[in-house]
Design a protein around this ligand. Sequence first.
Ligand code: DX5
Ligand code: ZN
Length: 214
Amino acid sequence: MTVEICPSMLSANATNLGAELIAVEKAGADAIHWDIMDGNFVEAITFGAHVVAAHRKLTSLRFDVHLMTEHPDTHLDSFIKAGADVIFVHPETCPHLHRTIDTIKSAGKKAGIALNPATDIDCLKYCDADCVLVMSVNPGRSGQKFISSQLKKIAKIKELFPQLKICVDGGISDSTIRACVENGAESFVTGSFLFKSEDYAEAIKSLRANGCKD
Ligand code: DX5
Ligand code: ZN
């Protein structure tokens, strides 16, 4: 079994995002993770849809858009037009989560639910999402420590919602990925671990090797 590695552009060299994207693709990334922050749901402000759209031309890798914004419904259309393939929303920001998931899927995109460390898995029950993003740090910035209580959450999701693809976001490294895989996760966001490494291909290889069950 192989794990999916999704570099987060938040940790890339911001003066050279396009080259960074091409470098991680060449190094073996499976998808690109875009952390969209609005300065409200979380303190930081990051990328607008035009930034995602500009990079769409550089690669055919899947674009995962993680919306850490208030009122995500107002942004869906622009990120879909920008080339998002998967959109993750936080239930705290969606008063009509079922409808939001439905809107994303009706546009032919995959819909994901992002769970903060303190957010329960109940909201997964009545929404027909394709995937779940288990936040193993509090959202808002890269380089934080992995919160190991989220392993239990991963296992519970695997047990109760086996149809959902489980992705993990935050503090993923060659020493934290294995436990996530053992509990049922298959897709991983990597920010600081990858972009602080000297050799992107080696870093991805090491994540895959350590995440591999066999
Ligand atoms: C946190 C973001 C993450 C973050 C991951 O709000 O959603 O995607 O950039 O960075 P690391 O891997 O450094 O925790
Ligand atoms: Zn993210």
